[in-house]
Design a protein around this ligand. Structure first.
Ligand code: 13P
Length: 252
């Protein structure tokens, strides 16, 4: 049976000392909470990985980078490879976030390369997909999501795919305060799971965790997570305070 996961994506927020403190607060809250109904992961800037890794119990709080390079090593000034991320002790990487696709021109083909390098480095991939407001209004959102998933993930065999978590993040809901309704999110999650059934069969599809992201907060998390195909959240703004993040973690 698939895991529920609540993952934070801190984006470009916090200094290293602030990040270590936030990570410690999350770690302590998770430890104090006892048995949870979901795994907890925090996604932090590259600069924070080593210090945050030292501050958390990785068996209780997973650690994600927010990106990795599409090359293994060499003359790529400013880039950070998947193997470098793994060497910090991080166990996840977030790939394909709409902010990376939009601001840094990350294409479906480039993300395919990053996915392969991340999995080869032993990282689990949180793969983001989602449509813009224009695409939803035009009714092309199903095609957009299908293309992103098929183009960057469906070359994987089932064994490799077992290390992929999908995050549906409608761009119009990210940082806007406008959450997709639980019904809208469930519709897309069921669509995505249907794609997985077609490609990999029922067992893999049933075992794949599909997260919702976009203005998820303690007040709406329980309604979202109650839907059968919503297996947790990828949390931006509300992951920057331990108490609001834990309010989502405990919504299960
Ligand atoms: P917000 O939760 O701030 O809307 O961000 C969602 C997101 O982009 C997570 O990756």
């Amino acid at each position: 049976m698939r895991k529920n996961i609540v993952a934070g994506n801190w984006k470009m927020n916090t200094t290293v000392p602030e990040g270590v403190q936030l990570a410690q607060e999350v770690n302590d809250a998770v430890a104090a909470a006892g048995t949870l109904k979901c795994d907890v992961v925090i996604g932090v800037p590259f600069t924070h990985l080593t210090a945050v890794r030292a501050a958390i119990d990785i068996d209780k709080v997973g650690l994600a980078a927010e990106n990795c390079a599409n090359h293994t090593s060499g003359a790529y000034t400013g880039e950070v490879s998947a193997a470098m991320v793994a060497s910090t002790g991080a166990n996840y990487v977030i790939l394909g976030h709409s902010e990376r696709r939009g601001y840094y021109n990350e294409t479906i083909e480039l993300l395919k390369e990053k996915v392969d390098l991340a999995l080869t480095a032993g990282l689990k991939v949180i793969f983001c997909c989602g449509e813009s407001l224009e695409e939803r209004k035009a009714g092309t959102h199903f095609d957009v999501i299908k293309n992103e998933i098929v183009g960057s993930l469906f070359h994987l065999d089932a064994e490799a795919f077992a290390n992929v978590v999908i995050a549906y993040e409608p761009i119009w809901a990210i940082g806007t305060g406008e959450t997709a309704t639980a019904e809208q999110a469930q519709e897309i999650h069921a669509f995505i799971r249907g794609l997985l059934v077609e490609k990999y069969g029922n067992t893999v599809a049933d075992d794949t965790t599909i997260l919702y992201g976009g203005s998820c907060k303690p007040s709406n998390a329980a309604e979202l997570f109650a839907k059968p195909d919503i297996d947790g959240g990828l949390i931006g703004g509300a992951s920057l305070k331990a108490d609001s993040f834990m309010g989502i973690v405990t919504a299960f």
